[in-house]
Design a protein around this ligand. Structure first.
Ligand SMILES: Cc1ncc(COP(=O)(O)O)c(C=O)c1O
Ligand SMILES: Nc1c(O)cccc1C(=O)C[C@H](N)C(=O)O
Length: 427
């Protein structure tokens, strides 16, 4: 790692004070022991991208190695009967219990977020309770895949999209949703935590409003699951989807999870009628009949290898508890904002995430037109934030794997790189 050159904004006493403060926060952190549960990366001093790709746990590294010889290699095709056939549902239940506030029989692991989103949106639009309704409410700041899938469904299904424009902090409030709900709204599709700003929506309030208007609601939980408490059953949510490779540390391309409320399952028909979601896959009979319950939302052969790593993280999340995880997440983002205010705002950076902890997920986004140019410097120095065009640096703080000192080291490195880039441009 190359050493950052000192900038005019750094001072050794400031660095020492910040280091002492971060060390004190780490010493008092009740979840600090979990940081050592993850595979270290030799050249990384600050990994601040857990909301794009979580780190592997040490247990997962072992599980992945063992799988080839002890399960796949030893059990061969018998593995399907012994464990794999049921894994999408047993693992769905475990994710539901640990991270989603979902009772058994409602969550499943399959496909990708994009594909489950498509299947559940199509299923929702065919629900008898919304028959005759032809509008879908969504958010123009939502992650591209959500917008693109909905645009495609609107084209093929003939529904009208009612776009909500998020406020400057990325927020979509119940009031904004209330303004576009009508007796034609079939479905509301929003992200619980906004991917760019980290804004945390009032999922319970918006779900209530949608139901009062007779609509169904689907939450994208990609940036919440494993980092922000979710209570799908208590909130009365109809449908949800989410990634497992972010705060559930399932690894690159790990399959997604879906949730369909138990009392809605029989009324919904999903569009990808594959054999693995059929009533009797191994009968291989002439026509498709859906399997009752959550299994009916599966389609093809489950990605068993992709479901290995998330199992270890789900165990850690269950053990640590979502309350403690949220408390650490809030403390991490508070420290990040404090450092950003001290070190980056004086260089012209602007905070793009909500200041109110109750309105913020587990990442902090800061905008500066020179951030893109800092990335090669930061990566070369072992500091890995996330960047979203045109000018947003996202600091994704994964509560079990990120230490307070890592945040300090990371933001100081961003300060140094930003000072260097802007100084070079001024020359
Ligand atoms: C809010 C949100 N939805 C969906 C996705 C992606 O879905 P997929 O795993 O299908 O690429 C992401 C991130 O990639 C995301 O942040
Ligand atoms: N899924 C990703 C990928 O395959 C490559 C790079 C990044 C991602 C991400 O997860 C992006 C992320 N959802 C985001 O919020 O920007």
């Amino acid at each position: 790692m190359s050493t950052p050159t000192s900038s005019s904004t750094s001072s050794s006493s400031g660095t020492e004070q910040r280091a002492a403060r971060a060390a004190a926060l780490d010493a008092a952190d009740p979840l600090a022991r979990y940081v050592g549960a993850f595979v270290p990366s030799a050249d990384v001093v600050a990994y601040l991208d857990g909301n794009s790709l979580g780190r592997p746990t040490r247990a997962s590294a072992e599980r992945l190695a063992r799988f080839a010889t002890e399960q796949w290699g030893a059990r061969l095709i018998r593995g399907w009967d012994e464990e794999w056939y049921d894994l999408p549902l047993t693992l769905g239940d475990r994710i539901g219990a640990a991270a989603l506030g979902a009772g058994p029989g409602q969550a499943f692991v399959a496909d990708s977020t994009t594909v489950i989103l498509y299947k559940l949106v199509r299923a929702a639009l065919g629900a008898p309770s919304v028959a005759g309704r032809d509008e879908v409410v969504l958010d123009s700041g939502n992650f591209p895949t959500d917008r693109y899938v909905l645009e495609g469904v609107a084209r093929e299904h003939g529904v009208t999209l009612r776009w909500v424009a998020p406020a400057h902090d990325g927020g979509v409030t119940p009031e904004q949703v209330a303004e576009v709900l009508t007796d034609r709204t079939a479905l509301v599709v929003l992200s619980h935590v906004a991917y760019r700003s980290g804004y945390l929506s009032d999922a319970a309030g918006i779900t209530r409003l949608a139901h009062d208007a007779g609509a169904l609601v689907l939450w994208d939980l990609c940036h919440s699951a494993g980092a922000v408490p979710v209570e799908l059953d208590a909130w009365g949510v109809d449908l949800a989807v989410g990634c497992t490779y972010k705060y559930l540390n399932g690894g690159p391309g790990a399959p997604a999870f879906g949730y369909v409320r138990a009392d809605l399952q029989d009324a919904l028909t999903q569009p990808i009628q594959g054999w693995m979601g059929s009533a009797a896959p191994f009968e291989m009979g002439p026509g498709y009949a859906p399997h009752p319950g959550a299994r009916g939302f599966l389609s093809g052969t489950p990605a068993i290898v992709g479901m290995l790593a998330m199992q270890d993280m789900v165990d850690l999340v269950a053990e640590a508890g979502m309350g403690a995880i949220r408390a650490k997440s809030v403390a991490l983002t508070e420290l990040a904002l404090e450092l950003v205010d001290d070190l980056l705002v004086p260089l012209g950076a602007r905070v793009a995430s909500p200041r109110d902890t109750g309105l913020r997920g587990s990442h902090v986004t800061v905008d500066h037109e020179a951030f893109e140019a800092t990335l090669p410097l930061l990566w070369a120095r072992g500091v890995i934030p996330d960047f979203r065009r045109p000018d947003g640096l996202r600091l994704g703080l994964s509560p079990l794997s990120t230490s307070f000192d890592e945040v300090r080291v990371g933001v100081e490195a961003v300060r140094d790189a930003l000072a260097e880039v802007t100084a070079a441009r001024a020359r």
